[in-house]
Ligand binder design. Structure first.
Ligand code: AMP
Ligand code: MG
Length: 345
């Protein structure tokens, strides 16, 4: 299969390209598209055969359910049986945007989408290209991140091409994703909403909307099994081994370690903040920006991991952050990227 990439200007969207993309979706094939979080690998969410192709192209385990992306509330009422008051409040405040809600599914949704569960994950993205693409396709679009399962999520069209060239029909290139990490997932299928995956919307943000909202046990203790199937897999992993350092002396410890690995003949990559980056001129280094700008850090995290792999480093030493606010979502990704090799210095 030949994978074609088409560039789209967000400020002047060419409907002709989106029409072509939607025909591919309606024919049961795959199109990767930008969203405000990461690039998604889309298929017609009501077509089992098309959704099956997502699992094959990504190498995704079949027990990991997909998120259905919608462009308006009318689409939602077809897909779910019951929407409780908390879910309505969250939609009101956070849609369109980077929030996925788990709701009781209707019988219109193929089993493959939900991996056999009686609940379904639904999101209304705010990205203009994503929204218009779903609208023109006129069907909910099932879309996990458009990467090979286990790899860092794609935040640029070229990341999608690297992983899925020859496996999908089309990539819509809308530039780099604004947020850079995946949506916050909240289970609203029962009475008390639970955050299953932290994302751009943080626990603190959502508490202001639903004071009784809680975090899944697995987000409080690393020992607990996550309730969301996707959270239990090896994930977001670069090819290089990765170690994460946190604390006021982290950069100095990283320098010591970087020199040690270099002396062992390894190519070392370093990810730290602007105030420490000059320590690492002898290594392949990239900055997470200013220490207090966590939005920027989330925007560049996956891009940086992919660039480290593109540069062929053997080991990545990365500086982590405290788990407050967006820091919790960032560390959720970094812990998985580093297979829990986290050091508090
Ligand atoms: P992604 O692969 O980034 O699209 O992530 C989708 C996330 O939503 C994964 O962690 C899934 O396990 C989770 N998810 C999707 N559907 C459900 C569901 N019905 N119940 C719980 N988690 C779900
Ligand atoms: Mg993913």
């Amino acid at each position: 299969m030949i994978t074609k990439t088409f560039s789209i200007d967000k400020e002047d969207i060419d409907d002709k390209i989106l029409k072509k993309a939607s025909e591919i979706i309606n024919d049961g094939e795959l199109v990767a598209f930008p969203t405000e979080t990461v690039y998604g690998l889309g298929a017609d969410g009501l077509n089992s055969n098309a959704c099956q192709k997502i699992f094959k192209a990504k190498g995704r385990p079949s027990d990991n359910p997909l998120i259905l992306h919608i462009s308006n509330k009318t689409m939602l009422y077809n897909l779910v049986d019951d929407i409780n008051e908390d879910a309505k409040k969250l939609m009101e405040s956070c849609w369109p945007g980077p929030l996925t809600l788990i709701l009781k599914k209707s019988n219109k949704i193929p089993d493959i989408v939900t991996a056999g569960l009686d609940t379904v994950a639904i999101r209304m993205p705010s990205d203009k290209i994503a929204s218009r693409f779903i609208e023109i396709s006129n069907t909910p679009i099932a879309a996990p991140s458009a990467n090979t399962s286990g790899k860092p999520s794609p935040t640029r069209a070229k990341d999608v091409f690297q992983d899925l060239n020859g496996k999908i029909s089309m990539i819509l290139d809308g530039g780099s994703c604004k947020i850079g990490i995946e949506s916050t997932v909240v289970d609203c299928s029962e009475d008390n909403p639970v955050i299953l995956r932290p994302g751009f919307y943080t626990f603190e943000d959502l508490q202001k909307i639903i004071p009784t909202i809680t975090l899944d046990d697995s987000l409080i203790s690393d020992e607990k099994t996550p309730r969301s199937p996707g959270q239990k897999y090896r994930h977001y992993s670069p090819n290089a081994k990765m170690k994460v350092y946190i604390g006021s002396n982290a950069a100095n410890k990283m320098l010591e370690e970087a020199n040690k690995f270099k002396n062992q003949g390894l190519k070392v990559g370093v990810l730290t903040f602007n105030d420490s980056i000059s320590l690492f001129d002898d290594f392949k280094s990239m900055s997470f920006g200013d220490r207090d700008n966590l939005s920027y850090m989330s925007h560049v995290l996956f891009t940086a991991l992919r660039e480290m792999d593109n540069n062929g480093v053997d080991i990545i030493l990365a500086e982590g952050v405290n788990e407050n606010n967006l820091g919790k979502s960032i560390m959720n990704r970094m812990k998985k990227s580093a297979s829990n090799n986290i050091f508090y210095i």
